[in-house]
Each structure stands twice: as structure tokens, then as C-alpha cells.
Design a protein around this ligand. Structure first.
Ligand code: FAD
Ligand code: SF4
Length: 464
């Protein structure tokens, strides 16, 4: 028998054309059909060492679930993923697979790696249409755990602990659970309906969610420590960094956090049907080159009345931290890239922004991060006329949750310090994970931390 020929190119996931999709907030990707999914799954050679599994922070059994898809057993494939990852439809859509499982897929050495993310989303969606399986739960242990934050970190830890029979309560500051999945990542990449659907698992497991409860204000961390046997902090990194330049307080200057929260969480793109407005003017610029910047730019493109959207980034496109796919989608949708450009002043008139004075940059020697340092070119200043600017230059942990707590070790940029093996903080019985320990990171990293913490919390509770 001849050697099986490997198809070098992946089967593309069907997408809506750019001209059509910028008119609404519906999902850009249409997802694999069963036929296409089977064809893509057959590209996996089922390598026994499966380096892809090592590349996944929660160790999804990748070859096994892909084999089930190749055999047409789609529901079984989703259940196989769910043994390790409760949120396949979410992770399949938003994980940076090109830096994780797909980066090490052996097919990537001779062609394009297997589309592991696309297949994961397909399986998750398929199972949801068929009706998910009941999740098994251990006998109640009588132990109570409090979780601060309902983003991917909090959700994953809650699921793991509830499955082990512990009683879990999540405390969430906002009026809806989901963290960045709901208020940050736009619907055209991750529909809110999918987040709501995957959160059903929490209800099924009897996890209680207390909304509108800010730990550090409504209730303190010390109170949680007294009332519960253990605490997991997954409060994220929702505090935006702002540029310290003239004109920051003009009307029309937003943080990415505020802009995206208005549009995604509060539904401002449907104003006046929804009562939260968002002002975007005719021309809008986004400062930054990460995924958040791309999300803001693509969101702005979809708002009524917005004609031109710019990305202003001080390095070149090669250094942009955003996913290649995101940059590609933004360009297809008509976002204009102004790279090697840095804002120096926001110019106003009657209290409203009317332009950004920028300076052109050039790249010099690499800095500590290994990236070439951008330096301004003297005398190259110019103005970009815009009515709105959105700052997407990064964010750090919000200190409210740590307010008044003694003995909690905090790092120099406000992150909670933990033991990397167990996610245990300097306080007994208090664990932390996700963006609150790393700063802006990824969904799967938060889930990986949460799994580690849940295992350590379980051990701690058994010994207590
Ligand atoms: C715009 C944007 C796009 C992104 N795109 C991607 C992507 O495509 N792929 C990817 O992998 N990652 C992406 N990320 C990063 C990813 O979303 C985060 O790394 C991840 O959500 C972190 O999870 P978490 O559970 O630690 O925190 P979060 O998701 O931030 O959740 C924290 C929750 O805690 C709540 N909270 C905060 N303080 C308190 C308090 N004191 N009391 C009670 N509740 C509190 C918050 O309201 C929030 O709901 C993106 C981030 C942003 C902002
Ligand atoms: S590394 Fe690639 S080919 Fe090998 S098992 Fe994983 S997905 Fe399949």
C-alpha cells in the first residue's frame, strides 16, 4: 500500500465577505460544515507523540478529538474536548492557536498546520445544537469556595471545583458574567450568545453567581476569607493605561475599555434601541497595535456615521503584537494603518478633540524585550484630523480587590504574586490566576491557571 499523501494546505473556514460584514456585528466566520470539518480532520496524521497537546495550556486531547471528527462522530469529539476544556466554542474562536497547539503541529513543518482551533469550534457548536450532556458531579464535600471574577479564569476554576463536590460562589462586579469574553471581545469574533450558552454549565453544576458585587467595596476579601474555606481571585486586568500627553481630557478621547464596554456590554451600536450611546464621529483613530486595538478599529468600522478608521502604532507592522489574522481582517475591512507613528498631543476646539499631532518614528537597536526601539524623527510632526481617539496601549490589574488587605504580596505593576506551581498567594487559603497575575494575557492562560489553582485548592480543602 502506498504512503498516504498529506494535503499541505488547510481547508479554509468559510467567512463573510468584508463589504457585507462591516455593515453589522454578526460573526465574520461561518464555521466549518460537517463535510469540510471531516476533510480538515483527515489532514491530522495522529502522531503518537502529539506535540500539539504539549502546546495547549489545558492539554486538550487533540489527536483523539480530531480522529472522532474524521469519523463523523462530532458530538463525541466535543465531549472528548470537554474532558479538559469546558469552553470549546469560545477557545476555538479566540485562542492564539498559531502560538500554541498549531505552532508545534508536525504538519506545519511541511505545509500549513492542522486547523485545530477551527475544528474545536466546529465540534463545540455541533454538540450545542444537539444538546449538551449532563456533567457528572461528586458527592457534596461541605466545603465552600469563593471566586472573585467571572471571566474565563473564574469560570474554569468554578467548574473544576463544583465537579469535585465543593460549593462554589462567584462574585462579579458587573451586571453580566463572562469578563472580557462579554465586555471586551466583540460579537463579530465571539457572539455573546455563545458565551451565554457555554456559561450554562455553571448553572447546571449549581454554581451561584452574585452579580453587581465589587470585592473590596461591596464586600471585602477579608470577609470572603472568614465566610469561605478558600478564595480564588480572577479579577483580570481591567484598568486601562492612559498616555500622559496634552489633551487627554478632551471629549472624544476614550480608553479601549470604555469604548468596547459601551458597544459590547451595553449594546451602544443599537442606540437608541439600547439606552447607552457611543460617540465616534466621522474619523476615529486607535492608538496601539495589539488585539484590543484591532477589536476597537473593527468595531468602529461597523458604527453608523464612521467613515475613516486609523490604527496609529509606534513600531512597524512586523512588531505588532496582534494576531496576524486580526491584522488581515482589519485591513480587509478598510482600516488604515499608520505605523512608525506616535501621538504627541491631542488637539482640541471648544473642549472637543479635532486632531492628533503625531511624530514619525524610526527603529533603532533592540531593547530588553528584544524588539527594536522606536525613536522619534525630529521635525517630522504632522496632524491627523479625527473627532475620536481610543487608547489601546495596555491594561493592568485593578487594585480595588486588594484594598485594605494585609499580607498579600503584590508585584511592581500591581499584579498578585503567586507560587507558579499552585497559584497560591502569600495569604493562606487565597489563590489567584489569569490576567490579575500576568497582566493582559490570553483566555487559555487564564483557564490553565484556574485548573492548576482548582487542583491545589482541592488538596488544601481535603487537608483542612
Ligand atoms: C479587547 C480584548 C480582546 C482580547 N482578545 C483576546 C483573544 O482574541 N484571545 C485571547 O486568548 N485573549 C484575548 N484577550 C485577553 C483575554 O480576554 C484575557 O486574557 C482573559 O479574559 C483573562 O481572563 P480572566 O478570567 O483573568 O479575567 P477577565 O476576563 O478580565 O475577567 C475578570 C472579571 O472579574 C471582574 N472583576 C474585576 N474586579 C472585580 C472585583 N473587585 N470584584 C468582583 N469582580 C471583579 C470583572 O468585571 C471581570 O468580569 C483580549 C482582551 C481584550 C481586552
Ligand atoms: S501535531 Fe498536528 S498532526 Fe500531530 S496529532 Fe497534533 S494536530 Fe495531528
Amino acid at each position: 500500500m502506498g504512503k498516504k499523501e498529506i494535503k499541505k494546505e488547510r481547508i479554509p473556514v468559510p467567512e463573510r465577505p468584508a463589504e457585507e460584514r462591516i455593515k453589522d456585528f454578526k460573526e465574520v466566520k461561518l464555521g466549518y460544515t460537517p463535510e469540510l470539518a471531516i476533510e480538515e480532520a483527515k489532514r491530522c496524521i495522529q502522531c503518537p507523540t502529539a506535540p500539539c497537546v504539549e502546546g495547549c495550556p489545558v492539554r486538550v486531547p487533540i489527536p483523539q478529538f480530531i480522529k472522532l471528527i474524521a469519523e463523523g462522530k462530532f458530538v463525541e469529539a466535543a465531549r472528548k474536548i470537554k474532558e479538559e476544556n469546558i469552553l470549546p466554542s469560545i477557545c476555538g474562536r479566540v485562542c492564539p492557536q498559531e502560538d500554541q497547539c498549531e505552532k508545534v503541529c508536525v504538519i506545519g513543518k511541511i505545509g500549513q498546520p492542522v486547523n485545530i482551533g477551527g475544528l474545536e469550534a466546529f465540534a463545540g457548536d455541533y454538540e450545542a445544537r444537539m444538546g449538551s450532556e449532563k456533567i457528572e458531579k461528586a458527592e457534596p464535600t461541605g466545603k465552600k469556595v469563593a471566586i472573585v471574577g467571572s471571566g474565563p479564569g473564574g469560570i474554569t476554576c468554578a467548574v473544576d471545583l463544583a465537579k469535585l463536590g465543593h460549593s462554589v460562589t462567584i462574585f462579579e462586579a458587573l451586571h453580566e458574567p463572562g469578563g472580557v469574553l462579554i465586555y471586551g471581545i466583540p460579537e463579530f469574533r465571539l457572539p455573546n450568545e455563545i458565551v451565554h450558552r457555554e456559561l450554562e454549565a455553571l448553572k447546571e453544576l449549581g454554581v451561584e453567581i452574585k452579580l453587581n458585587c465589587v470585592i473590596g467595596k461591596t464586600k471585602t476579601l477579608e470577609e470572603l476569607r472568614r465566610e469561605f474555606d478558600a478564595v480564588f481571585i480572577a479579577s483580570g486586568a481591567g484598568l486601562p493605561y492612559m498616555l500622559n500627553i496634552e489633551g487627554l481630557n478632551l471629549n472624544g478621547v476614550y480608553s479601549a475599555n470604555e469604548f468596547l464596554t459601551r458597544v459590547n456590554l451595553m449594546g451602544a451600536y443599537r442606540f437608541p434601541e439600547y439606552d447607552t450611546p457611543v460617540f465616534a464621529g466621522k474619523r476615529l483613530a486607535v492608538i496601539g497595535g495589539g488585539n484590543t486595538a484591532m477589536d476597537v478599529a473593527r468595531t468602529a468600522k461597523r458604527l453608523k456615521g464612521v467613515e475613516e478608521v486609523y490604527i496609529i502604532y509606534r513600531r512597524s507592522e512586523k512588531e505588532m503584537p496582534a494576531r496576524v489574522e486580526e491584522i488581515h481582517h482589519a485591513k480587509e475591512e478598510g482600516v488604515i494603518f499608520k505605523t512608525l507613528t506616535n501621538p504627541v498631543k491631542f488637539i482640541g476646539e471648544n473642549g472637543w478633540l479635532k486632531g492628533i499631532e503625531c511624530v514619525r518614528m524610526e527603529l533603532s537597536e533592540p531593547d530588553e524585550s528584544g524588539r527594536r526601539r522606536p525613536v522619534p524623527i525630529e521635525g517630522s510632526n504632522f496632524v491627523i484630523d479625527v473627532e475620536t481617539v481610543v487608547l489601546a496601549i495596555g491594561q493592568g490589574p485593578n487594585p480595588i480587590v486588594m484594598e485594605g488587605v494585609e499580607g498579600l504580596e503584590i508585584g511592581k505593576w500591581g499584579q498578585i504574586i503567586v507560587d507558579p506551581e499552585t497559584c497560591q498567594t502569600s495569604l493562606e487559603g487565597v489563590f489567584a490566576g489569569g490576567d490579575v497575575i500576568h497582566g493582559g494575557s490570553t483566555v487559555i492562560q487564564a483557564m490553565g491557571d484556574a485548573r492548576k489553582a482548582a487542583a491545589a485548592i482541592h488538596e488544601y480543602l481535603l487537608e483542612k
